[in-house]
Design a protein around this ligand. Structure first.
Ligand code: FAS
Ligand code: PHB
Length: 394
C-alpha cells in the first residue's frame, strides 16, 4: 500500500488528523492496535476549548457536538467549605468551554471516516516505523498472520504516551521532560444527574475532588487517591461516601448516587518531548506530551498539534514549501509549555500534598482566597482554562 500520510494511532488525534487531511484531499491511512470499540471504551477527557470545537466544525463533524454539547461559562472552586464561581465568560470577554466527552468526539470522527470509506486498520499488531530520516519512510504492521508494509511521504505519530513512534526516535535527537505526581485520579462515570450545572473543583483537607459531567443525566466524578490504591480497593459505596466528605453541604445534598458504569485510576504526570519532528515523522497529542488532567488540556492540546500538522502538510503538498513542517515543533511547543505550566500550577493549587504539611494547605487556601478576590487573579485562571488564543504572545 502507498499513501501520502501514515497515521499511527486511532484515538482522537489520529482520527481528527485523518478527517482534516481528507477534507483537503490528502490521503492517509490510520493504523490502530486496538479495536474501535476498545478505543471508544476508554473514558477520558470531557472539556473542549473553542479551538477544538472549531476544528471539529472544520473537519465537518460538529453537528452532534453542537446539538448535545453543553456550553459552560464558568466553574466553581470549593475550599474551606465554600464555593466560589470563576465567571470565565465575563473575565475573558465572552469565551466559554463545552462539555462533550472525548468518547463522543472520537465516535463522530470514526463515523465520518467510515461514511467516507476511508481506511482504518484496527487490531494492527506490532507496528514499526522505518526510514523516517529519508524521503521514503515506511510503516510495517502485522494482521491476520501476515506482515504488511505501507510506503508513505510522512508518518504521524498519534499513538499516545505508550506508543511506538516516540520510542523509535533516535535517543540522541530527543529530550524528554517529566514530573510524576505522588497521587492518581480515581474516576467514576455514572448515569446520574450532576450535582451542579457547572463543574466543581474541590480542594478539601481530605484531598482533591472534581464534580464533572457528560450530560444532564450522566456525571463524571474524580477523587485524588494515593498511587498505591487499586481500583478494586474502591467499592461504589466507598467512592460515594468519600466524595460526599469532600463536597460542600449544598452539593452533598444534591448528590444522586448510582452504579458506576466506568471506574478507573489514572496516574498524573507532566511530560513533554522536544522536538516533535524527526525527519518525516511527526508526533502529535499524547505521543508528545502529557498534562495532569486538572486543567482539562490533554485533548485540547492534541487538537492544536493536529491543526498545526495539517496546515504544514497542506503547505508541503499545495505550495511545495517545507516552511510549515520545519516550524511544526516550535509552533506546537510554545502552546504546549503554556498549557503544561497552567496544568501543573492548577494541580498544585487544588490537590493535597501531605509532604508540604499543614502550612502547605494554608498557602493553598491563601492563594485561593486571593484568586477569588482579585479580578486579575481570576482572569488569569479563566483565560488559561478557556485556552489562550492561538496567536497569544505573537
Ligand atoms: P490516545 O492515547 O487517546 O490515543 C492513542 C491511540 O494510539 C490509542 O487508541 C492506542 O491504542 C493507539 N496506539 C498506541 N500504541 C500503538 C501502536 N504501537 N500501534 C498502533 N496504535 C497504537 N484529558 C483531559 O483533558 N481530561 C481528562 O479527564 C483526561 N483523562 C485521562 C485519563 C487517562 C487514563 C488517560 C490515559 C488520559 C486522559 N486524558 C484526559 C488525556 C486524554 O484525553 C488525551 O489527551 C487524549 O486521549 C489524547 O489523544 P491522543 O493523542 O489521540 O492519544
Ligand atoms: C472530565 O469531565 O473528564 C474532566 C473535566 C475537567 C477536567 C478533567 C476531566 O479538568
Amino acid at each position: 500500500m502507498r499513501v501520502q500520510v501514515a497515521i499511527v494511532g486511532g484515538g482522537p488525534a489520529g482520527h481528527l488528523l485523518g478527517q482534516l487531511l481528507h477534507k483537503v484531499g490528502i490521503d492517509a491511512v490510520i493504523l490502530e492496535r486496538q479495536t474501535g470499540d476498545y478505543v471508544l471504551g476508554r473514558i477520558r477527557a470531557g472539556i473542549l476549548e473553542q479551538v477544538c470545537i472549531d476544528l471539529m466544525d472544520e473537519a465537518g463533524v460538529g453537528e452532534r457536538m453542537h446539538k448535545e454539547g453543553l456550553i459552560h461559562g464558568g466553574f466553581d472552586m470549593l475550599f474551606k467549605g465554600e464555593r466560589h464561581r470563576i465567571d470565565m465568560n465575563k473575565l475573558t470577554g465572552g469565551k466559554n468551554v463545552m462539555v462533550y466527552g472525548q468518547t463522543e468526539l472520537t465516535r463522530d470522527l470514526m463515523d465520518a471516516r467510515k461514511a467516507a470509506s476511508l481506511t482504518t486498520i484496527y487490531e494492527a499488531g506490532n507496528v514499526t516505523v522505518h526510514d523516517f530520516d529519508t524521503a521514503k519512510p515506511r510503516v510495517r504492521y502485522e494482521k491476520d498472520g501476515q506482515t504488511h508494509e505501507i510506503e508513505c511521504d510522512f508518518i504521524a505519530g498519534c499513538d499516545g504516551f505508550h506508543g511506538v513512534c516516540r520510542a523509535s526516535a533516535p535517543r540522541n535527537a530527543i529530550r524528554e521532560y517529566e514530573k510524576i505526581y505522588p497521587f492518581g485520579w480515581l474516576g467514576v462515570l455514572s448515569e446520574t444527574p450532576p450535582v451542579h450545572e457547572e463543574l466543581i473543583y474541590a480542594n478539601s483537607p481530605r484531598g482533591f475532588a472534581l464534580s464533572s459531567q457528560r450530560s444532564h443525566t450522566r456525571s463524571r466524578y474524580y477523587l485524588q487517591v494515593p498511587l498505591t490504591d487499586k481500583v478494586e480497593d474502591w467499592s461504589d459505596e466507598a467512592f460515594w461516601q468519600e466524595l460526599r466528605l469532600r463536597l460542600d453541604p449544598e452539593a452533598r445534598a444534591k448528590l444522586v448516587t448510582g452504579p458506576s458504569i466506568e471506574k478507573s485510576i489514572a496516574p498524573l504526570r507532566s511530560f513533554v518531548t522536544e522536538p516533535m519532528r524527526f525527519g518525516r515523522m511527526f508526533l502529535a497529542g499524547d505521543a508528545a506530551h502529557i498534562v495532569p488532567p486538572t486543567g482539562a488540556k490533554g485533548l485540547n492540546l492534541a487538537a492544536t498539534d493536529v491543526k498545526y500538522l495539517c496546515s504544514a502538510l497542506i503547505e508541503f503538498y499545495r505550495d511545495k514549501s517545507e516552511a510549515g513542517i520545519d516550524h511544526y515543533s516550535q509552533r506546537c511547543l510554545r502552546r504546549i509549555w503554556r498549557a503544561e505550566r497552567f496544568s501543573w500550577w492548577f494541580t498544585g493549587l487544588m490537590h493535597r500534598f501531605p509532604e508540604n504539611g499543614e502550612i502547605g494547605q494554608k498557602f493553598q487556601e491563601a492563594e485561593l482566597d486571593y484568586l477569588i478576590h482579585s479580578e486579575a487573579g481570576a482572569r488569569s485562571v479563566a483565560e488559561n482554562y478557556v485556552g489562550l488564543p492561538l496567536n497569544f504572545g505573537e
